[in-house]
Write a protein that binds this ligand. Structure first.
Ligand code: FES
Length: 92
């Protein structure tokens, strides 16, 4: 009788690899998403030990094509008036 031993990813919070996989299956796509679902990275070391492991699991199990880009700030300053007009502004 060999019972499968849990693999702890976040030792501080006792979050296992299976817990992280379940969080990813439930829709977590970032470390913050995993944190919100499991409490990982919220222990004494504040994720110093487990963050990299969670990032690796996300890279392994998440299809990057399903992640939609988020809202980003403009790469250069744009006047609100120009944004309202919707006109292209050449670099000055
Ligand atoms: S190992 Fe996860 S918070 Fe410390």
């Amino acid at each position: 009788m060999s019972e499968k031993k849990p693999v702890y990813i976040c030792r501080c919070q006792e979050i296992t690899e299976d817990d992280i996989k379940k969080a990813i299956e439930d829709g977590a796509r970032t470390v913050k998403g995993v944190k919100n679902r499991t409490g990982a990275t919220m222990g004494l070391c504040q994720g110093r030990t487990c963050r990299k492991l969670i990032e690796r699991m996300l890279a392994r199990y998440v299809d990057m094509n399903e992640i939609k880009p988020g809202t980003r700030p403009p790469v250069r300053t744009v006047k609100i008036d120009d944004m309202v007009k919707g006109e292209e502004v050449e670099n000055e």
